[in-house]
Design a protein around this ligand. Structure first.
Ligand code: FAD
Length: 537
């Protein structure tokens, strides 16, 4: 097949327009064309009066090879690459030792699945509960303020992104097309087919839950074992080689190949690893607030008269501002038609995040507006960023009334520096509830100044962004891990052989797709190392 990139067509084009664009690009006639397959579809809404659809197409013609040769120097015409996934190894039939994966979020899901598909029968451990039980606990917290510190938005089957917008795109370089493998597995487990071709796919919370259950069933069918409420509280290291893990109930599981896919909120586990002398560095992350607007304001600002077009759906945005102070403020994890959620995993802390359903039909749009910070803002040992996050979360808990309500303020008041007394036209979606207050006390002064500078600038890009009644809710602290558990080219910890730091918690991913991709890479590295060791024994 021939891959054509950057085919631009107007929003309401018909099939004939696509055919004509293909014939035009390849200078062929209709008789030469066999078929057209849409590989990717995105849109360019920079000019809302002239929104364009941007396609990557795979085209079959009667003479592919000669056309590929003819267009050899054309950047937008290439042979369609083989994007199918090839396993790098196969488990030896007499293999005794089973690899262990700690954490069953996107990274652990894909690491576990790929190891199982290659025949390694992994043991997967997660501190939280299976996803249906976890859903009850999480909704229990949102509705009744009862926090289960082991089963919540951060911990349990499916990981941190289970109650989310389920955005499935990433900017990581992916020359081996691992992202395709992830999406293919997700579709095979119940995700909608369209995630394969829309440029910014999302699946929403409820579909994610079903998908995660199906992947679990597949791993078990392939001989893998998944254990919930199995928190790893210790590691056994002998002469710089990991030899096993110790569970909270004292059980020891022996293995010399252990993936550490624990996400960014496993603070007790980070401390345990640090105390066990696993090499850890501090790394930059971001803190800020969630902002909520009526979705209709965002739709109108982005799509103009095209609001409601089913191809476009609910509008999103991505904003960045570089402040005079040198700080950057940016929007993060934008959830069109969604809700702001309570994402704490520790008692007496308030943390915000966002989620939505597949339909993205809720009244409000939300996103995090965050300021980049780095280790010079929280000097100390490599775990000092965790103390910084925790202090902000506990402070937000107090500002919210010490009952898991979140502190909130209208944008108009925030910009003027006055406290909010009442909610305006934007109803807060945060559960259990919000307490209106003065958010300037919720973050360090340099963050408040930066966000105050950025919001009016964002208003020039998205009309209505600085709406008087738009609502800020705080605090957003879990944007990424505040640490990096360094690994070498072999994907193993630089000072602990056999330990494979992976995914978001180790500092090697940011988001569902990139964490899942990292899970595949780590599974491959583990399999190759297991086979090498097996050959030598
Ligand atoms: P995690 O998903 O955090 O999984 C880690 C797992 O390890 C957890 O299940 C935890 O229980 C387990 N664990 C931790 N410690 C231990 C231990 N000691 N022993 C055993 N198990 C342990 N990203 C997107 O790309 N798109 C989105 O739309 C999106 N929305 C989000 C919405 C919310 C509310 C949240 C919280 C996050 C969202 N994210 C989103 C981010 C995304 O969820 C994470 O980037 C991703 O889940 C990271 O995957 P991971 O597998 O590395 O870690």
């Amino acid at each position: 097949m021939i891959r054509l990139t950057n085919i631009q067509l107007v929003l309401d084009h018909d099939d004939q327009a696509m055919t004509s664009a293909v014939l035009d690009r390849l200078s062929i006639t209709a008789d030469d064309l066999v078929s057209i397959h849409v590989h990717k579809r995105g849109y360019d809404a920079r000019k809302k009066t002239n929104i364009m659809l941007i396609y990557t197409l795979d085209v079959e013609t009667t003479h592919n090879e000669s056309l590929i040769e003819k267009f050899a120097k054309h950047q937008l015409v290439k042979a369609t690459p083989d994007m199918s996934y090839q396993f790098v190894a196969k488990a030896p039939a007499d293999l005794q030792e089973r690899p262990v994966v700690i954490g069953f979020g996107p990274c652990g899901l894909l690491a576990g699945l790929v190891l199982a598909q290659m025949g390694y029968k992994p043991i997967i451990l997660d501190r939280g509960k299976e996803v249906r039980e976890r859903t009850k606990d999480t909704f229990g917290f949102w509705r009744k303020k009862i926090l289960n510190t082991e089963s919540n938005v951060q911990f349990g089957e499916g990981g941190a992104g289970t109650f989310s917008d389920g955005k499935l795109y990433s900017q990581v370089k992916d020359p081996n097309h691992y992202g395709r493998k992830v999406l293919t597995e997700f579709v095979a487990s119940g995700a909608p087919d369209e995630i394969m071709f829309v440029s910014k796919p999302h699946i929403g919370t409820f579909r994610l839950v079903t998908m995660v259950e199906q992947i679990r069933a597949k791993i078990i069918e392939l001989g893998g074992e998944i254990r919930f409420s199995a928190r790893v509280d210790g590691v056994q290291i002998d002469n710089s080689q990991i030899t096993g893990v110790v569970l909270a109930d004292g059980e020891v599981i022996h293995s010399r190949h252990i993936a550490l896919a624990i996400g960014h909120s496993a603070r007790d586990t980070f401390q345990m690893l640090y105390d066990s002398k696993v090499y850890i560095e501090a790394k930059p992350f971001s803190v800020g607030f969630r902002i909520e607007h009526p979705q209709s304001v965002i739709d109108k600002a982005r799509f103009g008269k095209n609001v409601g077009n089913p191809i476009l759906g609910a509008a999103d945005y991505k904003l960045v501002h570089h402040c005079k102070s040198g700080r950057s403020v940016y929007s993060f994890c934008m959830c069109p038609g969604g809700t702001v959620v309570a994402a704490a995993s520790e008692e007496h802390g308030v943390v915000t995040n966002g989620m939505s359903q597949y339909s993205r039909a809720e009244r409000n749009a939300n996103s995090a507006i965050v300021v980049g910070i780095d280790p010079s803002d929280y000097p100390g040992n490599p775990l000092a960023g965790i103390d910084f996050q925790r202090a902000l979360e506990r402070n937000a808990y107090v500002l919210g009334g010490s009952n898991y309500d979140a502190p909130a303020q209208k944008v108009g008041n925030f910009l003027k520096g006055t406290s909010s007394e009442t909610v305006g036209s934007v109803e807060p979606s945060f559960q259990p509830g919000v307490k209106l207050t003065d958010l300037s006390k919720a973050l360090p002064d340099f963050c408040i100044e930066a966000i105050r500078e950025a919001i009016p600038v964002f208003n020039r890009k998205i009309k209505g962004f600085a709406l008087e009644d738009a609502l800020l809710t705080g605090v957003e602290t879990r944007t990424s891990a505040p640490i990096c558990i360094k690994r070498g080219k072999d994907f193993q910890s630089i000072n602990t052989q056999g330990l494979y730091p992976a995914g978001e918690g180790a500092g090697y991913a940011g988001g569902i797709l990139s964490a899942a991709i990292d899970g595949i890479k780590v599974a491959e590295a583990m399999a190759l190392s297991i086979n090498t060791r097996h050959e030598k024994s």
